[in-house]
Design a protein around this ligand. Structure first.
Ligand SMILES: CCCCC/C=C\C/C=C\C/C=C\C/C=C/CCCC(=O)SCCNC(=O)CCNC(=O)[C@H](O)C(C)(C)COP(=O)(O)OP(=O)(O)OC[C@H]1O[C@@H](n2cnc3c(N)ncnc32)[C@H](O)[C@@H]1OP(=O)(O)O
Length: 184
């Protein structure tokens, strides 16, 4: 990954540990909000990604590229791929059990991704420092060990639930996740 200093963890960053009450290895990580373009089950044209944490510290998900996702004829749009990577990286937030948002997302496109491809995505955390989480993901064509087509690095910042209340209905997120401990 060609990563900038802004998405590279500082020397004092620490790796997160699985939290008590967090998703167990093998758990499915659902949508954080039903209206989300990346994962919402009620979104009419969204990506509807679902993810699994195989080990309690990483996240895997697949995204099947359809005709609605084209940029060039027969090929996935780079922005759609970035969205899918943002979403699978965002799923790591379930493991942290606190609200975070994307502050910076960097993407490397290494190979074209044809319509019909099943993109196998994997995301992990490289370190946390204060409110900052340094996250990374890769997308492989056709299988979990297929050729890497997309890499992404991200800086996520922890926010309070009031971040979501300012422009939307934060209660809608809370209502969908009674199991999720929030500090309004
Ligand atoms: C998305 C919904 C989440 C709902 C949560 C509920 C439940 C969660 C459960 C599960 C969640 C599952 C999935 C979650 C997500 C899905 C994936 C999609 C995620 C998104 O799609 S989310 C939408 C796009 N996202 C935004 O809409 C953010 C807009 N933005 C802001 O709202 C502010 O910008 C904010 C809050 C980021 C910071 O603002 P702030 O005032 O709180 O803090 P401040 O500015 O002081 O920054 C503090 C330190 O971060 C450094 N810093 C900040 N930004 C930086 C940058 N870009 N590059 C490098 N460093 C940066 C500063 O330099 C400083 O560093 P230092 O401390 O060292 O000085």
């Amino acid at each position: 990954m060609t990563r900038s200093a802004l998405t590279t963890p500082p020397p004092d960053a620490v790796l997160p540990r699985p939290l008590p009450g967090g998703p167990a290895p093998g758990a499915t990580l659902g949508s954080h909000y039903s209206g989300c373009f990346g994962c919402g089950e009620d979104h009419p044209t969204g990506l509807r990604l679902t993810a699994v944490t195989p080990d309690g510290v990483t996240v895997v998900a697949t995204f099947t590229v359809g005709t609605a996702h084209q940029g060039a004829p027969g090929l996935a749009h780079g922005g759609v791929l970035a969205t899918a990577m943002d979403e699978v990286i965002g799923m790591l937030v379930w493991l942290f059990q606190r609200p975070y948002v994307t502050a910076r997302l960097e993407t490397d496109y290494l190979a074209p991704v044809p319509v019909g491809t099943v993109l196998h995505m994997r995301a992990w955390c490289n370190g946390m420092s204060g409110r900052k989480a340094y996250l990374e993901a890769e997308g492989r064509i056709g299988s979990p060990d297929g050729p890497v087509a997309v890499r992404a690095a991200a800086l996520f910042i922890e926010v309070g639930m009031e971040h979501f209340a300012e422009h939307g209905d934060a209660q809608a997120i809370i209502d969908e996740h009674h199991e999720y401990e929030v500090n309004p």
